[in-house]
Design a protein around this ligand. Structure first.
Ligand code: FAD
Length: 418
């Protein structure tokens, strides 16, 4: 180990806590870029879950969005695992309490996969790239002048820099908070379930994600995603739980979208089991410092309201690797380069927050129905809604387009005719 906080040199060591998409992308990018720079470094990933034997569930709906295939191919030299596809997503059906609007895909479609299989694929790519993977949890970190000590449930590890890729894991956030100024992002609760409605019903359901923006103040949004042989259903809000999910499933508008719900369990005994997850909804504080940097969900470097968490985790993992190898491992190197590289995400966060509050309040006041009616005849508003729901465009552009005078006039006319 070295007391230098400059770019990681020959013989440098990195420990990555978390083997999700962010952690593995960071590891692969470090290994690849170090080779290009002619440096030999050691990268170790700590991952507490077992993905390959499918012992652990991942609550993520597994909709992988562009530019993920391009990032994997061009930045990590990894072909996108199309063989894991459970279907292309061809668009979105947006539901408010009184209206339905189809928003067909306009560009490269997203691909639905089982997240646990995608994580296993990524970890296998890391193994193939001779990256050490230790199947254990990190339990503490200590920062010293010449390096970092990472304590694990297995062996202790010493390194020059540690990457926090642990998502919204509370235990990991707590031990980082003890030794750094790190504070995890605020988050939205999410509960997820799935069921198998049968082959014919899946075909009839089609390749569309149904997104719900109900007036019910407990639920910020709900989504039903086709995943090959089953439907994944998730809802999100400040405090959603199993009863909130049962109420969502009992909603007549939701029931009308769910085929053969009464036959859940017929094809799979695990149907309608409920799992809990979280979405970050703010930037973490002190998400970098001397000898550490957070990526993906742990940093809160995702869109504020909805979507593309896997793509953001991979992107921020690649950006962290570049800073570590080219600029340094000090707080100022991460501030000047890593933070700046993520300006696209960080500067869009306030617009995402604004969009989120606008959507929640319009939904509660039952004013989203006229917005959807206006969008049916207004291409600009329709494009803006598509970008918001699909997460394909920044919220700044979504708001800019939605607030154009002719769009506002259109929505106001629809409101007045209610
Ligand atoms: C209900 C739900 C649905 C979602 N659907 C989508 C979707 O369809 N598409 C999409 O792009 N995103 C989706 N997301 C978001 C997406 O799951 C996350 O943004 C993404 O997984 C973040 O990746 P990450 O690598 O930062 O963290 P994670 O994927 O959370 O990975 C963190 C890893 O770190 C490990 N870990 C944690 N602490 C430790 C420790 N101390 N030691 C060792 N290992 C540790 C964990 O086991 C985990 O594997 C969804 C999220 C939720 C909650």
């Amino acid at each position: 180990m070295s007391s230098s906080l400059g770019p990681l040199q020959d013989g440098g060591r990195v420990v990555i806590i978390g083997g999700g998409p962010g952690g593995v992308a960071c590891a692969l990018a470090l290994q690849r870029q170090a080779r290009q720079l002619g440096r030999r470094i050691t990268v170790t990933i700590l991952e507490g879950k077992q993905f390959s034997s499918e012992q652990h569930y991942n609550q993520c709906a597994g909709v992988l969005s562009p530019p993920l295939p391009a990032l994997l191919k061009h930045e990590l030299g990894l072909p996108f695992p199309y063989h894991l596809s459970r279907g292309e997503i061809k668009g979105y059906v947006l539901h408010t309490d009184g209206e339905v609007l189809l928003l067909p895909e306009r560009g490269e479609p997203s691909i639905a996969v089982r997240r646990i299989q995608f994580d296993a694929f990524m970890l296998e790519a890391a193994t193939q790239a001779h990256i050490g993977i230790i199947p254990a949890r990190a339990v503490d970190v200590e920062f010293h002048a010449d390096g970092v000590m990472v304590y694990t449930e297995n062996v202790p590890l010493e390194c020059d820099v540690v990457v926090g890729a642990f998502g919204l894991d509370e235990g990991s956030a707590a031990f980082f908070a003890r030794s750094t100024g790190y504070h995890p992002p605020r988050f939205l609760d999410s509960v997820v379930t799935k069921y198998h409605p049968g082959v014919e019903a899946m075909e009839a359901f089609g390749p569309y994600i149904h997104a719900f923006l109900p007036a019910d103040p407990a639920i910020e949004f709900g989504a039903i995603t086709p995943k090959g042989n089953h439907l994944t259903i998730n809802i999100a809000g400040r405090r959603v739980d199993a009863p909130t999910m049962r109420a969502f499933l009992a909603n007549p508008l939701v029931q009308a979208t769910l085929p053969n719900l009464d036959r859940a369990g017929l094809y799979d005994v695990n149907d309608l089991h409920i799992f809990k997850g979280r979405f970050p909804r703010s930037l973490a504080s002190h998400f970098y410092g001397d000898r550490y940097v957070m990526i993906g969900d742990a940093a809160g470097l995702v869109r504020a309201f909805k979507g593309k968490g896997v793509t953001s985790a991979v992107l921020t993992g690649i950006r962290a690797a570049r800073t570590i190898l080219e600029e340094g491992i000090s707080a100022s190197a991460f501030a000047d380069h890593y933070r700046r590289a993520n300006r696209d995400i960080i500067e869009d966060l306030p617009y995402g927050q604004l969009m989120r509050h606008l959507t929640i309040n319009l939904a509660r006041l039952r004013l989203l129905d006229p917005v959807l009616r206006a969008a049916r005849a207004d291409g600009v508003l329709q494009d803006a809604l598509f970008d918001a729901v699909s997460a394909h465009g920044p919220y700044k552009a979504v708001l800019g387009r939605s607030l154009r005078p002719h769009v506002v006039a259109h929505v106001v006319r629809e409101m007045l005719s209610m």
